[in-house]
Design a protein around this ligand. Sequence first.
Ligand code: NAD
Length: 468
Amino acid sequence: MRDEALTINGEAMRTADRFAVINPGDGSIAGYASNAGRAELDRAVAAARDAFPGWSRKPDEELRAACTAVAGQINDNTEELARLVTLEQGKPLNGPGSRWEIGAAAAWAEHTAGLALPPRVLQDDDDGRVELYRRPLGVVGSITPWNFPVLIAVWHMLPALRTGNTVVIKPSPYTPLATTRLVELMNEVLPAGVVNIVTGDDGMDSLGAAMSAHAGIRKIVFTGSCATGKAVMRSAAETMKRLTLELGGNDAGIVLPDADPGAIAEDLFWGAFINNGQTCAAMKRLYVHDSIHDDVCDALVEVARNVPVGPGLDEGSILGPIQNRMQFDKVKRLVEDAGSRGRVLLGGAPGDGLFFPPTIVSGLANGDPLVDEEQFGPVLPVIRYSEVEDAVAAANDSPNGLGGSLWSADVESARRMALRLECGSVWINKHGAIQPNAPFGGVKQSGLGVEFGEEGLAEYTDIQVVLS
Ligand code: NAD
């Protein structure tokens, strides 16, 4: 069984106290992680600060090569990392599960290595020369959630490193094992202190809160819930930290009257149920035109009923359990409530342990909790509409604005309609398909800033202008 140490300044460090990590597939103990407190956090921040001058002054080519080496480490250890993710997170090895997650993490690291923010000359004439530089910030604090523990850690850390920052990362207490191993592997190819990890159980003294307020950290990149994101923003104010906040979403999909139900059903399903719906940019509510509503429901149910649900380590499973009890209870409450007003077309009743079958509910509307709240689980409400204008208004009627999708045979007019959705990404005939060259982030209360691409890279820098 794994008993993970912290990595601080390139060295393994054990705390006197440790906490158990639960395997959501069967409730057993998946491993133990170190229960760090303020003292360990201070040491990690000090190590990252000490490493910063040497790291930030490296030639750009060396930073690029180091990020490529990290991608290589992930690639070379795919199976070990994937099994750890499955053990602690629950998602299956197969399908869009943990092997997919580690493969994507390696691809993202590789892509990020290839990005660059070269200096720009804004003016060069008889009146003078103006040069714009992107300068690294210092120590970046990364706080990650439990849904994609390795992929999101890579999304946070690689752009920080690529731009010359050093890192202290804190994974979710539900899923610290794979991230701890990832940081160990990174330390095999990076100088000591460049990447450090602290883990803690979010007990009396939240490490995340301490990081957000820490004077030695210059930026927080946070992925998680809206409520915690707002707490991070509040405590970051005192030190004027830079922030990237990737928060919750309640993404809407709109199926337009000209869509072909049979042709889109599988992509609709995975747009909503990837990672059991525990995905920020999953489709959380689906508006379907009256003329094809029943056909879309039938086609979706047909896809959903054939997806194998089971323990993640079984090679035959494609969806696994819900990750933790709190999330499971939320899904159960929302489905029970929805069942009293809507029609449960598939699923609806919890299985053993933390298993919950793919569930599809029709007959609901905005104002129903399952439509208004982010369920973050394997359940999709399907909402009937008759006027496209009403569907757009209902989709926009949310404090969140992460993603949205339009489903139509007429891609050109869907592209035009996309600009009317209040969200950071709009997909056409797919949902949640993020990619490393497309900036991704939320509008409204879904966050601040973007990740990916040069725009995402720039968030790990301050602008410095030299005028002569
Ligand atoms: P969460 O907010 O409960 O926890 C996220 C992280 O914050 C964890 O590491 C946690 O330990 C830490 N934390 C707890 N208290 C803190 C505090 N006071 N200050 C700073 N950090 C603190 O979120 P979760 O339940 O792990 O993740 C689910 C949520 O994340 C969902 O709302 C989902 O939509 C969102 N999410 C968003 C994206 C995105 O890119 N927008 C991606 C994945 C998940």
